[in-house]
Design a binder for this molecule. Structure first.
Ligand code: ZN
Length: 493
């Protein structure tokens, strides 16, 4: 992804960092010069994007942004004009920050332990301006899962949908179409396989845009295309605190703002164990692409879930030949976003791809890509809930093995990672199946030497593990020696 970015967007992004720029160096161990260098490049991009169009209907440009690394917080402070404090908690600010973060992230993502962007408005953070948005520490996943079977409960929050604009007096989508995709529509399509895979794992699943057939009144739009705010207004009329949480807001965008907020507030009311928001990403730079996951700064469980989500989506996406090089971010982004900020439980935002990039858009329309990514995401939730870690599925074999023609030798194979069972281990000849998760991740692979093997001995025998989801390990090699069977008497070893 980095290579593609710096080639395609080189002129616009002089700072598109190569991975080796600050590879594995933390903020506090960067030299002053290195910090200033990144800050200067961030400022260039941030101010260009912030002033490229009007993100706020009621405000006039210019916007001024000044970045500065915080070696104590291991973050990058982003100072914005104080007049934006009163709108800092609204979705328009989030959109502005997303566009900036999307472009500057390649300069930052390889900084070791980086805690993300810390936005300030006149020196004060969002909670100074929106004290009601401050939440208790997130509900730990180790608290008892609420579903009947103890397998956890999740709110899938499919992004956007029709909302009412009080200035234009019409119902409109929240996102612009690009490459044949309208994000407001596609997020629900992406959520469907996620719902299916989570349900098959026994997870109790709700979606924030759950709807029946028919049209919404008064918009006349199909219910399934409506923003969550309006569906919740129908299903929970007695809970305006969820869907009408900004009763004092008189702006044209008040319902658009309430929609974002309604989703985590609904998750809190449901008391689910986790919340997964599904989005597709956008950038004015058509070359920016790839899967990214966001979690709220300062929430370690959400960060862990975000990291697991990337790990297992990467595993599943890369398993199909067509997507083996698809760009999946190495690390989560820590960024203040309403859907995560207001959630009381581990919450992540999955930006599956950029609908503004042609190749990503094609993938977002491909059921193979979407289905495998969502299968990986469901697996990430299951393993996160069980306290597992991200680990590569890999087989381990002995360096060498020896046998006599006609004998079946047992080669002990072990593996790491979290494959879906049943899984198999196979070589050129020889195959073993593991029907269910064993106590010890070990199986014996039977290999029978044939006459042909004698002449080529020693030779490399490649062993591959393959799980039920079709995830394959890289081949592991054993140096195999096949000896001829003695002409007379009993075989000697
Ligand atoms: Zn979105």
């Amino acid at each position: 992804m980095l290579a593609a970015l710096s080639v395609a967007a080189g002129a616009e992004l002089p700072g598109a960092a190569r991975a080796d720029d600050q590879n594995q160096v933390s903020v506090s161990s960067m030299s002053i010069d290195a910090r200033r260098n990144v800050e200067r490049r961030v400022d260039e991009v941030a101010n260009r994007i912030a002033n490229s169009k009007s993100f706020f209907e009621e405000d006039h440009l210019p916007i001024h942004i000044k970045s500065q690394f915080d070696p104590v917080g291991q973050s990058l402070l982003m100072e914005v004009d104080e007049r934006f404090g009163p709108v800092s908690g609204y979705v328009e600010m989030e959109n502005l920050q997303s566009e900036i973060a999307n472009e500057i992230w390649p300069m930052l993502e390889n900084i070791h332990g980086f805690q993300g962007l810390d936005w300030r408005y006149g020196g004060k953070d969002l909670y100074f301006w929106f004290p009601g948005d401050r939440r208790e520490p997130e509900k730990s996943k180790s608290t008892k899962p609420t579903s009947r079977d103890g397998l956890g409960s999740v709110l899938i929050n499919d992004g956007h949908g029709y909302y009412y604009h009080h200035g234009f007096h019409d119902w409109r989508f929240q996102r612009e179409p690009a490459n044949g995709i309208i994000e407001d529509r596609v997020t629900s399509e992406i959520a469907t396989p996620l719902w299916a895979w989570l349900s098959m794992d026994g997870v109790a699943v709700k979606t924030s845009r759950e709807s029946s057939f028919g049209n919404h009144e008064p918009s006349g739009k199909p219910l399934y295309l409506m923003a969550a705010r309006y569906l919740l207004e129908r299903s929970l009329p007695e809970r305006p605190d969820i869907w009408h949480s900004l009763p004092d807001d008189v702006s044209d965008l008040r319902e658009y703002r309430e929609d974002i907020r309604s989703r985590p507030l609904f998750a809190n009311a449901l008391g689910v164990d986790a919340m997964i928001s599904i989005h597709t990403n956008a950038s004015d730079n058509a070359s920016v692409r790839g899967t990214r996951v966001f979690s709220q700064p300062g929430r370690p469980e959400s960060a862990e879930f975000a990291s697991m989500a990337l790990c297992y989506m990467r595993e599943h996406i890369h398993a199909s030949k067509a997507y083996e090089d698809f760009a999946v971010a190495p690390n989560p982004q820590f960024s203040d976003k309403g859907e995560n900020r207001l959630a009381d439980m581990p919450a992540i935002i999955v930006e599956l791809g950029f609908h503004t990039n042609a190749e990503d858009a094609a993938a977002l329309k491909d059921p193979l890509f979407v289905g495998s990514a969502m299968r990986g995401l469901a697996k990430a939730y299951r393993l996160f809930r069980n306290g597992e870690r991200c680990e590569e599925f890999a087989v381990r074999v002995p360096d060498k093995a020896e046998s006599i023609v006609g004998d079946v030798t047992k080669i002990p194979i072990t593996w790491t990672g979290n494959p879906d069972y049943p899984m198999s281990v196979s070589a050129e000849r020889g195959w073993a199946m593991v029907p269910e998760a064993p106590a010890e991740q070990r199986v014996d692979l039977g290999y029978q030497c044939l006459d042909d093997d004698v002449g080529r001995s020693p030779f490399a025998l490649k062993v591959v593990g393959r799980d039920f989801a079709g995830i394959e390990t890289k081949p592991a090699e054993i140096i195999m020696s096949c000896l001829p069977r003695p002409e007379i008497g009993v075989a000697q070893r």
